[in-house]
Design a protein. Sequence first.
Length: 96
Amino acid sequence: MKLLVPRITDATTRKDLREFANRVLEAWFRLPFSERPKIVSCRILLRSDSTGFEQRHGLLDVTPDDAANKIIRKLNGAFLRGKRVGVKRYDSAASR
C-alpha cells in the first residue's frame, strides 16, 4: 500500500521518512502480520502550483497492507522534523 505524508518540511529527507515509518514497524513486529512488514520504497515528491509555489510530500510503499494501516493509525498527527503531519493512503487516481 502506498502512503502519503503531505506537506513535509524542506529539511525532511528520505532517511527521515523511512525512520518515521520504521518507528511503528519496529514496535509492532511481533504482531501476526501476513508477511514481515517492510518499506519497499520511499520517495519525496515535489509539486508546484500555477504560481510556482512548491510543496514537498513523502510517499512510502509499505507491505503488507495491515502494516501500512498500522502506520496510518499510529503516525497520523505525529511530528516529523518538528512539524505535525498527516499520514494517509495514497490514491494515485485522485492525484491526477
